[in-house]
Structures are given as structure tokens and as C-alpha cells.
Design a protein around this ligand. Sequence first.
Ligand code: SPV
Ligand code: MG
Length: 294
Amino acid sequence: PSTTPSRFRRLRDLIEGPELGFLMEAHSGLSAKLVEEAGFAGIWGSGLSMSAALGLRDNNEASWTQVLEQAEYMADASSLPILLDGDTGYGNFNNVRRLVRKLTERGIAGVCIEDKLFPKTNSFIGEAQPLADMEEFCGRIRAGKDAQPDDDFVLVARVEALISGHSMEEALRRAEAYHAAGADAILMHSKKRHAGEILAFMERWGGRCPVVIVPTMYYSTPTEVFRNAGVSTIIWANHLVRASITAMRETASRIHREQSLAGVEAEVVSVKDIFALTDNDELEAAGERYLPAA
Ligand code: SPV
Ligand code: MG
């Protein structure tokens, strides 16, 4: 019997543990493999990145079952726990509890839901996006927690108050309400270019429950600052899809320009590397076990 803790347990330990933890964005089976190869202990299943990889906007253009399918490819491709970006939960309390059950069945260790309205808009677009009613959102959290078949499933409640231009008081009021409703952690989001809001929140929050942050906009703050402030987990939210866009754009335009592969060959992984990443050796060995001898 395996002694490795379940993915649910590992995500819970990562978020509740005393060390600062990191979740790296993935958006596909392949990127999930690369996150694991790099040494990360967990994956952020980014809504923005999954949407972009499908050629869609981060506005719930992909249906929730299409997101579920992407998450399942990631879970199959890597052994890491995945915190799925569940956007607003795709509806009301009823959609959230159904989502939690389906995620658990497919080995997705946790979900993050944000206190906005369906269909969502990415937080970095526009100003003053409307927030969900606080009590209604608490119902979504309670329904999700009541529905989880595994005790270690993690539900993170994301507070959009600061991003939407509300006060620190409002952010604290909502964080407290979501914590009381049963959220395992609070994701406090900020789109400032510096970490001031986050550090102010950390000070006032006082460790009531773990806090997760997404420093996409305040990336220049040294990680040590967040460690010292008592942040639980940092999400590197979209850098694999962004890196892939850079690489694909350069490669496509060079091949188009040069009408030749010669210039890019040394810049891209070999076809053999693809076979290694998808473990073709295993298939060969299995063929020897299961196919009739030639
Ligand atoms: C995502 O990665 O989809 C997120 C983070 O939700 S953000 O884009 O900052 O809203
Ligand atoms: Mg998102």
C-alpha cells in the first residue's frame, strides 16, 4: 500500500503548513507535467490560462464541464495536487456543490471561488466590477464544504473587494465572513503595482486562517517579504501560458520568415523529448506484456 498522502491531504498540508508554499499555473496535461518536472508541490489550474489556451476569453466562455475536462487531463498527467480556479462557482450554491463533487471524483484536490457574479470577467479588466452579495457567497462556501466527499478537499474563498475598489474594512469584513462560513483559506487579491494592500491586510488579519496571494501585478516585491508577513501560499498564476505564447510566436514567425526549420531546430525540444514526457517507454513495455508475441 502507498504511503504517499492523498492529493487532497497534500494540498491541505501545503496551504495549512508553516512554510510558505507555491502553486504554479498549468492549463493542460503537458503544462501540468512541466510544473511537476520543475519541482513544484502543487498546481494552480488557472481560468485565465485554460481559457487562453482554448483561444477563449476569461469570461466563462468555456463551460464548467469543459474546464472540468481540462482539469482532468492535468490530474491524469501529473501526480501533483491541483487547486482549480473555479471562478464564481459557475452559478449559485447548487452549482458549487455539484462542482465540488465532480472535482473530487476526478482527483482535483481543491477549488477557489471568487465573490463575483456569473459570467465573470478577469479581475484585471475594467474597474469596480460588481461583487456578489456577501451572504449569498457565504451560502456558496457552505454548500461546497457540506458537499465535499473527502474531508481534506480544500475550498479557498477569494475576496475581490480591493480589486473592485472597496475599502480594506470591506475586504476584512468579507474575509471574516467567508472564514466563518467554512472556507479553508482566503485568497486576497490585489492589482496594485506594489504589495501595500496585501501587507496591510496580513497585519490586520492576524493569521485567523491561511492567506493565499497572486502577485501577478506586484511581482517585484521580494518573496521574502510575503514569507515574513505570514502568507501561506503564493500562486504564480499565468506564466506558463505567457511563456508558451512568447515561444510559439517567435517560432511560428521565424519559420514563416525563413521558410525553413533549420533556424529553429536548436531552439526547440526534440520530438524524442515529447516521447519522454508522455512516457512512451511505458507503452512499449506494456505492449510486450499484453500483445501476442510476434
Ligand atoms: C487566474 O489565473 O485565472 C486567476 C488569477 O484567477 S487572475 O488572473 O489574477 O484573476
Ligand atoms: Mg481566474
